[in-house]
Design a protein around this ligand. Structure first.
Ligand SMILES: Nc1ncnc2c1ncn2[C@@H]1O[C@H](COP(=O)(O)OP(=O)(O)OP(=O)(O)O)[C@@H](O)[C@H]1O
Ligand SMILES: [Mg+2]
Length: 355
């Protein structure tokens, strides 16, 4: 399996898909499904600011791809009735790029800075001052004769998004008044999202089919919406257009997305770990070779979800399959498997506590 097709359950989206997603984005906070705590906190921040007639605190959103950061940024602007300016970290290569954006903001405007962790370092300093004092220092001239001219800018609200909050320098993180941590969604929340999307797409989605798709969507709305489109295609071509449970199951098995949302690569990794290495422990590169992939592919593409789902544990001695992995793959663990009766007493193979 040299080339693996990752598009069906990848949390990332290409440009075409992003265009499709626009139509499915909820526009108001009340239509945003799930993330209850974030929604409630944010609603207070926004209402409080509106009451005082001031721009709200800067908001940082952190969370994996496809969990709704861009959606929420747009909702913030809509709820405030404020204009929205969109830019991204990679677009800000020099501090001048940022100065150009900041100095042309209107009062109360929402500036969405996506992938904020990828912004150029020199621009960060400028952003600190802008966030705190609504001022930019424009440098005029070069060398020893250069001077900084302070320029007042309109009060604005920065909405930053990052998939890697850990990469943000502390001074930047500290300047956000509110941080929204976006979590993976529960299956019942994904079901709601799917029903809402089906309505917008005029697709006739049965409740049990919605539950089936939700369960395979890896806690991610983007994946849920994508699987919905695949099932709809299948229903249109092979069925009578109705998205029933049977149609959903057939479509998803055709795309090799199993009941837990594992795809072909995930299952190949598990299969090798269980059958060839008796559940481990086994080193990453050995495991990768046995499925014909680069170690990095296994580590970056397959492993995070397998670990998050509790099928694989990373231990100091290598990767180990959990009892859930044996059960999910329909195999029986040998008595000496790492998680069988003879599990090491030192607990070295205990499953990781968190994701
Ligand atoms: N809470 C939600 N309710 C309904 N739909 C959602 C929700 N969150 C995300 N979606 C849908 O999932 C898709 C992806 O969401 P979005 O683009 O906001 O993710 P993102 O976090 O910005 O991803 P990335 O990190 O790749 O930019 C969109 O089509 C959006 O409509
Ligand atoms: Mg986004």
């Amino acid at each position: 399996m040299a080339e693996h097709e990752r598009d069906v359950v990848s949390p990332d989206a290409d440009l075409d898909e992003r265009a499709l997603e626009g139509a499915l984005r909820p526009k108001r906070l009340e239509d945003f499904v799930g993330q209850e705590r974030v929604r409630e906190q944010l609603s207070l921040v926004l209402r409080g600011a509106q009451r005082r007639g001031r721009a709200p605190d800067h908001v940082l959103m952190s969370g994996g791809p496809g969990l709704g950061k861009t959606t929420l940024a747009m909702i913030i602007a809509a709820e405030l009735g404020a204009p929205l300016r969109i830019t991204s970290g990679p677009a800000i290569e020099r501090s001048g790029d940022l100065a150009a954006v900041l100095s042309t903001l209107q009062e109360g405007e929402v500036l969405f800075l996506d992938e904020i962790h990828r912004m150029a370092r020199p621009a960060e300093e400028m952003l600190y001052v802008a966030m705190e004092d609504f001022r930019v220092d424009v440098v005029v001239g070069k060398g020893p004769g250069a001077t900084a001219i302070p320029l007042d800018i309109a009060p604005f609200t920065l909405v930053g998004a990052t998939t890697r909050a850990g990469l943000l320098p502390a001074p930047l993180r500290d300047r956000f008044g509110f941080t929204a941590h976006m979590d993976f969604y529960r299956a019942d929340e994904l079901e709601l999202i799917l029903r809402r999307s089906a309505g917008l797409l005029a697709a006739d989605l049965d409740d049990d089919a919605a539950a089936e798709i939700a369960g395979r969507s890896r806690g991610t709305p983007r994946i849920a919406n994508r699987l919905l489109r695949r099932v709809r295609d299948y229903a249109d071509v092979r069925g009578d257009g109705r998205l029933t449970l049977d149609i959903a199951r057939s479509a998803l098995s055709l795309y090799e997305v199993d009941v837990q949302g594992l795809d072909r690569l995930d299952r190949a990794v598990l299969d090798a770990l269980l059958r060839r290495f008796r559940g481990g422990p086994v080193g990453l590169s050995t495991l990768a070779v046995s499925v014909g992939e680069e170690p990095e592919t296994v580590e970056v593409v397959a492993e995070p979800f397998l670990v998050r789902s509790g099928f694989i544990a990373r231990t100091p001695r290598g990767r180990v399959a959990t009892p859930e992995a044996w059960a999910h793959m329909g195999l029986t663990a040998p008595p000496d498997a790492a998680f069988g009766a003879g599990a090491p007493a030192d607990g070295a193979a205990a499953p990781a506590a968190g994701p």
